[in-house]
Ligand binder design. Structure first.
Ligand code: F1P
Length: 348
């Protein structure tokens, strides 16, 4: 019999191993991936549900930034039910779309059915990123990326998400022909280990402070999707009000919600940190508690020495730990969130 929260805690702390596995999987699949990326396609669509939709948001932004190709994220349910609005070009079969389907389980109904329809309509090649290679999704891919070390018992995704994100980021560097950055990513597991140890106390102190009743996660560019995931962890694991925003968007209304019981989490970039820090200072002046994360001069400081576009996974561990500690402090079980199952199966 496992203790309440034991799976989540173990999985969060062990995730650097899963990160290394993700990088190995991309390396082993590099020839198959290069064939796909060297072929012609007009756009890339990343799809997933829940956490893996948020992963898709982060991956699409990074892919677009690194390759210059049009890339976007579409939830699996939208790709299945509103494909014309989601990716268009039904009317012009000449346009090719590269579909990257992401799913921890590899069996979420919307994602699997959307990929089946995409293939049936012969819209283009399919890549998948998953943790369970025996489930349907992997079998639908031209090149399946299966990160077994990311498998987990907890319903809330933690190490699975970070590992799948790393695979997507490493695949992106391959597509961009940037082997230097893909090589730099090999340093990430060691930095992840360091962050999990160095900031465990901070994550615990913030997580266990139940005077906080609302959490806002701010991020820009490829960091916005990760801000969305931090928001979902807070909802799933702790049943707390939380919301993600693009950094500067927060001023345009939502900041009215900042009170002394609010935590504003800033996923600081390197190039825009001036604007971002100014906004966080304003929120602090309103009484909010600030938690900034970034490479330097932040409450959680990575000091990784890794270039910005290769290190975004580093925002995740402390945010996952904070949600875990809050869940435990509230007497909840982060392994089994309210009303949730590990996989959503529908009779569509
Ligand atoms: C997708 C998902 C998770 C969510 C919950 C239910 O699963 O919606 O994002 O946190 O666990 O399933 P998957 O397609 O990534 O397996």
């Amino acid at each position: 019999m496992t203790e309440r929260g034991e799976f989540s805690h173990t999985e969060i702390l062990s995730q650097p191993e899963a990160w290394a596995d993700a990088l190995d999987v991309v390396e082993k699949s590099r020839d198959g991936l290069k064939n796909i990326f060297d072929a012609t396609y007009d756009q890339v669509v990343f799809t997933g549900c829940g956490s893996t939709h948020y992963l898709s948001l982060a991956a699409a932004a990074l892919f677009q930034e690194m390759t210059g190709k049009i890339a976007r994220a579409v939830p699996g349910g939208e790709l299945l039910l509103n494909s014309e609005a989601a990716i268009g070009w039904n009317s012009n079969p000449a346009h090719k779309t590269l579909l990257v389907a992401i799913s921890r389980s590899g069996s979420t109904t919307e994602t699997v059915r959307a990929v089946e329809a995409f293939k049936q309509q012969q819209r283009g090649p399919v890549l998948t990123i998953t943790n369970y290679g025996q489930e349907p999704l992997a079998g639908l891919a031209d090149v399946p990326l299966v990160i077994e070390k990311g498998q987990e018992e907890s319903v809330a995704q933690t190490r699975s998400f970070a590992a799948m994100y790393l695979a997507a980021a490493a695949m992106t560097m391959l597509a961009a022909g940037n082997e230097t950055l893909r090589g730099e990513m090999r340093k990430l597991p060691a930095v992840g280990e360091k962050l999990l140890k160095k900031y465990d106390a901070l994550a615990r102190e913030t997580g266990e402070n139940l005077s906080f009743d609302r959490f806002y996660f701010l991020g820009g560019g490829a960091r916005y999707g990760l801000a969305c995931e931090g928001n979902l962890k807070m909802k799933e694991m702790t049943l707390s009000h939380s919301e993600p925003f693009y950094f500067l968007e927060f001023r345009h209304g939502p900041m009215s919600m900042v009170t002394r019981s609010a935590v504003v989490v800033g996923l600081l970039s390197e190039k825009n940190s001036g604007h971002e820090r100014t906004l966080l200072d304003e929120m602090q002046a309103m009484g909010g508690t600030i938690l900034s994360l970034g490479e330097a001069e932040a409450r959680v400081t990575f000091e990784s020495g890794i270039p910005e576009s290769a290190r975004n996974v580093l925002y995740l561990p402390v945010l996952q730990l904070m949600a875990y500690y809050r869940s435990m402090a509230k007497g909840l079980n982060p392994d089994r969130p309210n009303n949730l199952t590990a996989v959503v199966k529908l009779d569509l």
